[in-house]
Design a protein around this ligand. Structure first.
Ligand code: EPZ
Length: 417
């Protein structure tokens, strides 16, 4: 995808039909990093075909891990031979930091370039560094590189209290402690479904973990992890994005492979807008109403309202009746989509981490540019409901996190190319 690519969307088309949700990007990435812990015969199914998962495969290959990729299935056949992660790859994807703990466990040494920030904030990794330090690693930060060493005995279990909830740091701690000497106790751990997925995969491979999905997780180190095959959970953020697209266009869409408990808070908020949400077995039918009510949201760690659906929900509120207040409490700069939505006529005022949205009768198509992955989806959602044509530029962000988005949307009746 070069930056001249764009999506052309003709708005005011109701979406109808059925969409199958792909595997969760934010579950697949840590599960792929965990391949370093399971030396061979580790197989993942339902892996989404995204820019980010392709980068993770390249990263693992650059460390010497042999893989066999066929569509949504990846076989990991050998442990890493190298402990230095290539700068180019790490700088293109922040989630590369997830290889730190597994690489340390496997090679007792890891050199990882410090990942850069991104559009939504500085994205520090201090909590990851604290985790591996507490579990026994010696860390050196030298001209943009993180060099970590472990004693031959590997990680040693201990209690880790997180000063703030962090998805990545919790995943780092789980991967660092499954093969550690002794027991590790995580306090104030993140509770996201993707963390439960990672933990369930480790347990299937022989790890001893209790409390997954709670804020206290206990991991008892074992000698080794056994060959295992695991299937990635469906992507709740993709599911939520399609639910909002159905709602804003006043359509009727059946979203399959969605786990209600992963999106309970979000779906309850969506219902408050007047959108009908009908639960089936592993699927949810969304029926948009022609009169949207304004609803306030505050993003929180799971099980609260997910920050990854904030931008998409803001697009919906641009067409709601009245004023809605949107608080972004997770990232310090996650309103990049606001200036672009304003080009479409949206009335939004941002003060610090709070956006006030004044609902309108309609939005107008415009030339807009995506700034980050979820902002891309919020602009597409707004374009689906806007009058006229919208051109969405800078699509490389979109390709990171949504598999076949154009096909999925046009199959639902959207005029998109
Ligand atoms: C994961 O990022 C997701 N990415 C993000 O999804 C998601 O938005 C985020 O969790 C919150 O749910 C992946 O899983 C690959 P955090 P992560 O550590 O782990 C601060 C998307 O669109 N923090 O929970 O980086 C951090 O700056 C992406 O798919 C530190 O201060 O999120 C943020 O303000 C975007 N120090 C807060 O904690 C650290 O060492 C929560 O971050 C780490 C994080």
């Amino acid at each position: 995808m070069n930056s001249f690519d764009k999506l052309i969307i003709k708005g005011k088309k109701k979406l109808f039909g059925e969409v199958n949700i792909s595997g969760a990007k934010n579950s697949a990435l840590p599960l792929m990093a965990a391949s370093i812990l399971i030396n061979n015969d580790y197989e993942l199914n339902n892996v989404p075909n995204l820019l980010d998962t392709k980068i993770m495969i390249k990263l693992l290959k650059s460390l010497g891990v042999k893989t066999q990729v066929s569509k949504g299935n990846i076989k990991f056949l050998s442990p890493p031979l190298i402990h230095v992660a290539p700068e180019k790859l790490v700088n293109t994807m922040r989630a590369s930091i997830l290889i730190l703990a597994p690489l340390l466990q496997s090679r007792k040494h890891a050199v990882v370039p410090l990942p850069g920030g991104c559009a939504i904030g500085t994205r520090p990794i201090d909590l990851h560094i604290d985790v591996v330090k507490k579990l026994g690693a010696n860390i050196e930060l030298r001209d943009g590189f993180l060099s970590a060493k472990l004693p031959e005995v590997g990680f040693r279990g201990c209690q880790i209290k997180f000063p703030k909830v962090s998805v990545g740091a919790t995943e780092c701690a789980i991967m660092a402690s499954v093969l550690a000497q002794g027991t590790t106790e995580l306090i104030n751990a993140a509770r996201e479904p993707e963390i439960v997925d990672l933990g369930n995969c480790m347990i299937k491979a022989g790890a001893k973990i209790s409390g997954l999905g709670e804020s206290k997780i206990i991991i008892e180190g074992v000698q080794k992890l056994n060959p295992t095959t695991f299937s990635v959970i469906p992507d709740r953020i993709e599911a939520g994005s399609f639910a909002i697209a159905a709602s804003i266009t006043g359509g009727e869409v059946n979203i399959k492979e969605i786990r209600y408990s992963d999106l309970e808070t979000f779906l309850n908020k969506l219902k408050l807008t007047g959108t009908k949400v009908i639960y089936g077995q592993n699927e949810v039918k969304i029926i948009g109403s022609n009169k949207l009510k304004s609803v306030n949201i505050s993003t929180e760690p799971h099980p609260g309202f997910p920050t990854d659906l904030q931008a998409q929900f803001m697009s919906l509120m641009c067409l709601a009746d009245g004023k809605s207040i949107i608080n972004e409490n997770i990232f310090e700069n996650r309103f990049q989509h606001v200036p672009e939505l304003k080009k479409m006529g949206a009335r939004i005022m941002v003060v610090n981490n709070t956006a006030s949205v004044m609902g309108l009768e309609s939005l107008k198509g415009a030339n807009v540019k995506a700034t980050d992955l979820r902002a891309s989806m919020s602009l597409i959602i707004a374009a689906l409901a806007a009058e006229g044509i919208t051109n969405v530029f800078e699509l490389e962000h979109l390709k990171r996190g949504y598999e076949n988005i154009e096909d999925k949307l046009s199959n639902l009746g959207a005029e998109i190319s």
